[in-house]
Design a protein around this ligand. Structure first.
Ligand SMILES: C[S@@+](CC[C@H](N)C(=O)[O-])C[C@H]1O[C@@H](n2cnc3c(N)ncnc32)[C@H](O)[C@@H]1O
Length: 241
């Protein structure tokens, strides 16, 4: 087994692939106005936890999920098979076309870059459409432990820095909400259970991946009140004529 294969094995059969809660989705929906029959995309939907919350909250919406990994697409289809208004497909979120009233993207816009991704998505939004995305954020006075957690993500900035990247893309920030504490605890509890279940398989690559995941969890435990995503609601600014 290779390291990438071991990584994928560890992250199989998880409810989600990163921190977040149904409350985060519901908060975002409470902050924006959507048409009666909105078209919604979950970009990089992973195993589909947020698709379920979106489908429960928006029964009249047409909801699509997209992810680049086929096994996550399968998991997301299983998670949403009771909803007739949800479809999930394999694809690249940098290639999406619209028009969507809401593009939801939890813990994944950094793969494109906040500014770059928002620029790409401008033409995929319906008039008045919104992008909601979560992105790592680190306050200026963060402890060394919190900085150590983000050492592998040097692009991390504080909230103002994230908002500046949104503005640079020609969007305005409609609202923000911090995602920390319980959302991370829940994600890491599930990941810990996966680690414990896979320990003892005796495969070198898998052992390396499990050790790395345990180190990540230990880093988070050292600063659980300071490790955060910021959930941002952003809408394109109207172009001056
Ligand atoms: C940290 S996970 C978050 C998944 C999900 N939003 C969640 O919160 O459970 C990041 C996801 O981004 C997906 N991804 C990364 N780059 C992508 C791309 N260009 N197009 C589609 N999916 C992508 C990965 O396959 C993975 O499922």
């Amino acid at each position: 087994m290779s390291i990438p294969e071991a990584f994928l094995m560890l992250h199989r059969e998880m409810t989600r692939q990163g921190p977040g809660t149904p409350e985060d989705v519901r908060w975002a929906l409470s902050q924006i106005e959507l048409p009666e029959h909105p078209r919604v995309l979950d970009a990089a939907c992973g195993p589909g936890a947020d698709l379920v919350t979106l489908a429960e909250a928006l029964p009249l919406a047409q909801i699509e999920g997209i992810d680049q990994l086929p096994h996550l697409v399968d998991e997301a289809r299983d998670a949403t098979d009771r909803f007739s208004n949800v479809t999930v497909s394999e694809g690249d979120m940098s290639q999406i076309t619209g028009f969507y009233d809401l593009i939801w993207c939890a813990g994944a816009l950094y793969f494109l870059g906040v500014t770059e991704g928002l620029r790409l998505w401008r033409n995929a939004l319906a008039p008045g459409g919104t992008v909601a995305f979560s992105e790592p954020a680190l306050e200026a006075d963060a402890s060394d432990d919190a900085r150590a957690f983000w050492a592998d993500y040097p692009q991390v900035t504080d909230l103002q820095g994230v908002c500046a990247r949104v503005e640079e893309a020609g969007y305005e920030v409609l609202g923000t909400r911090l995602i920390k504490g319980l959302a991370w605890a829940g994600y890491y509890a599930e990941l810990s259970a996966r680690i414990n279940g896979l320990r003892g398989e005796g495969n070198a690559a898998l052992t390396q991946v499990l050790d790395a995941a345990e180190r990540e969890i230990a880093l988070w435990r050292a600063a659980p009140d300071q490790v955060a995503y910021v959930l941002v609601l952003a809408r394109p600014r109207l172009m001056a004529l």
